[in-house]
Design a protein. Structure first.
Length: 230
């Protein structure tokens, strides 16, 4: 039996997997923006959508995961992301996956007509986007999964039941102490309807490697080109 080379023995496989996933996410670059669904390009590569209430931390999570401060536009002003913004991933200029930053819902100061229009765009996106490979719902655990989040879970339930991977990312975990984090995690697990749940903090970099590995695994599962992922 051949001896295991020392470099494979010394490296922790989990560290290797997260370094690979984070390196891959770091290749992210802006692809396009669309105010309406029909303006989105039809793509063949797996796409992972980031959804959640306004101010939940979607854009910040994308910036943290891609290790790029200004990729997605994060802001103290809720309702800032008003378009679907796509970011391409892949080495050597190839695109082997796409991240989609969707406009947040539930921001009170947005006029009702705009809110309804956006909810419709979101619902249509989630139901019809052919290359959708996974959904990440970001949720501020201090508020929990609210009615609009539940409505969105209902919308995607048929696709989740057909195997669409789904992750609830409990953001801003730095605002909670350990026992509050544990409680938020168990409540969200009950509500997530079969999806995965993780704690995440952009500030403390908590859960970043774990979420990065989750994203990469979903793209591999969806059959992203292997040579580009290596
Ligand atoms: N303490 C803390 N604050 C965070 C974290 N993530 C995001 N924030 C803050 O939350 C606010 C909203 O973050 P965004 O990333 O812009 O939220 P969004 O979900 O993209 O919001 P919309 O684009 O309005 O839908 C900003 O002030 C961020 O700095 C985190 O992990 N910890
Ligand atoms: Mg945003």
């Amino acid at each position: 039996m051949p001896l295991t080379p020392s470099y494979t023995r010394e490296k922790n496989p989990l560290d290797t997997a997260s370094a690979l996933a984070l390196g891959w996410l770091h290749t992210a670059r802006f692809l396009t923006t669309a105010a309406q669904l029909h303006q989105l390009p039809a793509l063949q590569v797996p796409e992972i959508a980031f959804v959640g209430r306004s101010n939940a931390g979607k854009s910040t999570a994308i910036n943290t995961l891609t290790q790029q401060n200004r990729l997605a536009f994060a802001s103290k002003t809720p309702g800032r992301t008003q378009h679907i913004n796509l970011f391409a991933l892949g080495r050597r200029g190839q695109t082997d996956a796409v991240l989609a930053d969707l406009p947040g819902y539930g921001y009170a100061a947005v006029p009702q007509a705009d809110k309804l229009r956006w909810q419709q765009v979101m619902v249509n996106y989630l139901l019809t986007r052919a290359n959708l490979a996974a959904v990440v719902m970001l949720c501020d655990p201090r508020h929990g999964i609210k009615e609009l989040d539940e409505a969105l879970l209902e919308v995607i339930r048929p696709r989740v039941e057909q195997g669409l991977p789904f992750l609830v990312l409990l953001t801003k975990a730095d605002k909670l102490n350990r026992s509050e984090q544990a409680k938020a995690l168990s409540i969200a697990r009950l509500q997530a309807g079969g999806g995965d749940v993780m704690l995440f903090s952009a500030l403390k970099r908590q859960g970043v490697a774990e979420a990065a590995c989750w994203l990469r695994a979903r793209v591999e599962q969806a059959g992203g080109p292997e040579q580009a992922l290596a």
